[in-house]
Design a binder for this molecule. Structure first.
Ligand SMILES: NC(=O)c1ccc[n+]([C@@H]2O[C@H](COP(=O)([O-])OP(=O)(O)OC[C@H]3O[C@@H](n4cnc5c(N)ncnc54)[C@H](OP(=O)(O)O)[C@@H]3O)[C@@H](O)[C@H]2O)c1
Length: 364
């Protein structure tokens, strides 16, 4: 894997100290081989094994990160309401507890906690979606602020849904339009934007002078794991239901799971980057093309088109919501591109082929 910018390789037992006298950062070993291009590494005294705490790390995204980071020898601790195994620690997502000891002395915190958005958007579910995100970000911020040895960086999950529903131009971090004021969409879509804004605001409010803060405005993370969004879309396609939805003009933003991990690594390494960062492949595409490429990857010749009414029935049957299908998410990675990050999987057609072939081989 080629990161957009690489640091020196991780220090291994027997290595001599780096020229600057500090241990080389262990993130190089997360990325992979020796550096192609040093990127101004600070003379930071990273430990050889990096401790990463992932609140809400039991879900789809957490599993991807846990797997990738653990495989590279890092010490990953997941905070969960239902711990299983010795690297999972109990927390409730709202109040301090023994879990704060995991944050104190860790190197990196990646907070993913939040009630799943794949549900009917009832008032009760919307409130749970809001509270679980804002409260968990607040309590993680409190734990970092109170830590004697705070982590170097806190990556806080956010979402590409923060941007406006639009077709005319792509949303980057500088010129993109935040959503909530669109007139031509159902009123409750504004609530999803409010969740995202409040989620980011909870991180911004935290006073963590020794910890860099980054908000990950992530598009859908596509991985071949069971239960993820790619799995659900693939299931529909293989049933012959992978056609344009409501005409299919709405843009789909996405990111391949390997690139997602690489972006996370990149943002951890790049100590000059803070604030909101779009985490999406550079070429979002209209849903009708997106689903056509997925059909091709599955060798499925037909895909039934659906009207928005049919999508509503389908979403109801799947206990989900049509906003996930109908909102035009045209989001591009402006800051990552400026910072020199290069994607291994920039185009959906090739990414879909890779994901389906991995899926055929049994996942991962
Ligand atoms: N998947 C994507 O493509 C994508 C894209 C953009 C943004 N995101 C956001 O990234 C985060 C992780 O995504 P994901 O797909 O991994 O989500 P997920 O599979 O639904 O997992 C989210 C995790 O949050 C925890 N959680 C759920 N309700 C909670 C509550 N009330 N209080 C505290 N923790 C709670 C759960 O952990 P326990 O049940 O173990 O406590 C769960 O493992 C989510 O916030 C999601 O909205 C995801």
């Amino acid at each position: 894997m080629d990161g957009g910018c690489r640091g020196p390789r991780a220090r291994r037992p027997g290595d001599s100290a780096a020229a600057d006298g500090g241990a080389p950062p262990a993130w190089a070993s997360v990325i992979g081989a020796a550096p192609a291009r040093p990127c101004g590494w600070p003379p930071a005294r990273w430990r050889a094994v990096v401790k990463v705490v992932i609140p809400g790390g039991t879900g789809q995204v957490g599993t991807i990160l846990d797997r990738a980071l653990t495989a590279r020898g890092h010490d990953v601790v997941v905070l969960t309401r239902a711990p299983r195994g010795d690297r999972q620690v109990y927390w409730d997502g709202t109040t301090p507890g023994d879990w704060v000891r995991e944050i104190d002395g860790s190197d990196v915190v990646i907070n993913l906690a939040g009630r799943s958005v794949s549900c009917r958007y009832t008032a009760e579910n919307l409130e749970a979606m809001m509270n679980s995100r804002v409260e968990s970000a607040r309590v993680v911020g409190d734990a970092i602020a109170a830590a004697a040895r705070p982590p170097r960086v806190w990556l806080q999950m956010s979402t590409a849904t923060i941007y406006a529903h639009r077709f005319d131009a792509a949303n980057d971090e500088r010129d993109g339009l935040l959503g909530g004021d669109e007139h031509d969409v159902p009123g409750y879509w504004a609530y999803s934007v409010r969740i995202a804004r409040n989620w980011e605001a909870a991180q911004e409010r935290a006073v963590t002078p020794h910890t860099r803060k980054v908000a990950l405005r992530s598009a859908m993370v596509m991985s071949p794991d069971r239960g993820g969004v790619f799995d659900v879309l693939s299931w529909l396609v293989r049933l012959g239901l992978g056609g344009p939805v409501a005409g299919g003009r709405q843009y789909v933003s996405w990111i391949h799971d390997h690139d997602f991990v690489r972006v996370v690594q990149f943002l951890i390494e790049r100590e000059d980057l803070a604030g909101a960062v779009n985490v999406a492949a550079p070429e979002p595409l209209p849903q009708r093309e997106f689903i056509r490429h997925l059909r091709t990857a599955w060798r499925m010749p037909v895909g039934l088109p659906a009207t928005s009414g049919m999508a509503e029935i389908g979403a109801f049957a799947l206990r989900s919501d049509t906003e996930l299908l109908l909102k035009s998410r045209r989001v591009v990675p402006g800051r990552l591109a400026e910072a020199g990050f290069t994607f291994d999987h920039p185009r959906w057609r090739a990414a879909a082929a890779d994901l389906t072939s991995r899926r055929r081989r049994g996942g991962r």
